[in-house]
Design a protein around this ligand. Structure first.
Ligand code: CA
Length: 228
C-alpha cells in the first residue's frame, strides 16, 4: 500500500518543501497548518506517517503526539527549530520516532523516513541477532563483540547499551530512554553519568573517540548508532 503522509506545519514554505520532497518519491500527502486540522484529518484519512512541526499556532505538537499514540503506532517525525532541544526530547519521550532540525535537506528528510518505517514496519519483525557495521561485529545471542577481527571486552552494561543502540540503529534514543531501558531509572543527574559511560564505550570502540563512527551524539538529546 502506498503510504499517506500528513504534513503538519504552519510555515507555508517549509510545508511545500516537505510536500515536494515526498512527492518526488511518489508518496502521497495531505497537509494541515494547525493542530486542529491535523486531528480532523487523522480522524478521517488513512494516514500512515506524520511529519510534525512542534510549534503550531493553536496547539503544542507534543499534545498531538500524545493523542496519536493513544490509538496508533504510525511513524511520527518531528520538525523543530534549533533552539527547541528540550521540546525535541519531550516529543521523543512522548513517542515520536525521530526529528529533523530546520533547515534540513531532502536527503535528510528521506533518510529519517526510511529509518522510521523500518522500525515500525509490523511485517518486518524478524529479529536480527548479528550486526555487522564497518569493522564492528556484534552477536547479541552470544554476547560477543569483535572489532577488526579481535574480541572486544565490554562490561554487561556496556553491552546492553550497545545492543539497545543496534536494535534501534539509525534512530535517535534519548538519554532518558537509554537510562530507563538499561538501568531502569532516569533521574536528571544520571545524564552526566551516561556521558561518562558512553565515553568509556567509545574508547573501546572507536579509533578516534573524538570523531565517532559508530555511536553518534545527538547534542542535548541522546545517541544513535550510525546508519548505513
Ligand atoms: Ca511552526
Amino acid at each position: 500500500m502506498n503510504p499517506l503522509f500528513l504534513i503538519v506545519e504552519d510555515d507555508l514554505q517549509i510545508r511545500h518543501f516537505i510536500k515536494f520532497s515526498l512527492n518526488s518519491q511518489k508518496y502521497n500527502c495531505v497537509e494541515a497548518s494547525t493542530g486542529d486540522e491535523a486531528l480532523n484529518i487523522l480522524a478521517t484519512e488513512p494516514v500512515t506517517a506524520i511529519i510534525l512541526d512542534l510549534g503550531l499556532p493553536d496547539m503544542d505538537g507534543l499534545d498531538i503526539i500524545k493523542k496519536v499514540r493513544t490509538f496508533s503506532d504510525i511513524p511520527i517525525i518531528i520538525v523543530s527549530a534549533r533552539d527547541q532541544d528540550i521540546e525535541k526530547v519531550d516529543a521523543l519521550d512522548a513517542g515520536a520516532d525521530d526529528y529533523l532540525t530546520k533547515p534540513f535537506s531532502i536527503k535528510e528528510l528521506l533518510a529519517r523516513i526510511r529509518v522510521a518505517f523500518r522500525h515500525t514496519d509490523i511485517f518486518n519483525n524478524e529479529t536480527q541477532s548479528v550486526y555487522k557495521y564497518e569493522n564492528l561485529e556484534v552477536d547479541l545471542v552470544r554476547y560477543k563483540v569483535t572489532l577488526n577481527g579481535k574480541d572486544l571486552h565490554l562490561t554487561p552494561k556496556e553491552f546492553s547499551v550497545l545492543a539497545l543502540l543496534l536494535k534501534n540503529h539509525g534512530k535517535v534514543l534519548t538519554h532518558k530512554f537509554i537510562l530507563n531501558e538499561v538501568w531502569g531509572s532516569s533521574i536528571d543527574d544520571d545524564v552526566q553519568s551516561l556521558r561518562v559511560f558512553m565515553a568509556n564505550i567509545r574508547r573501546k570502540l572507536e579509533t578516534n573517540p573524538a570523531k565517532p563512527r559508530y555511536i553518534i551524539t545527538e547534542v542535548g538529546v541522546g545517541y544513535r548508532f550510525a546508519d548505513e
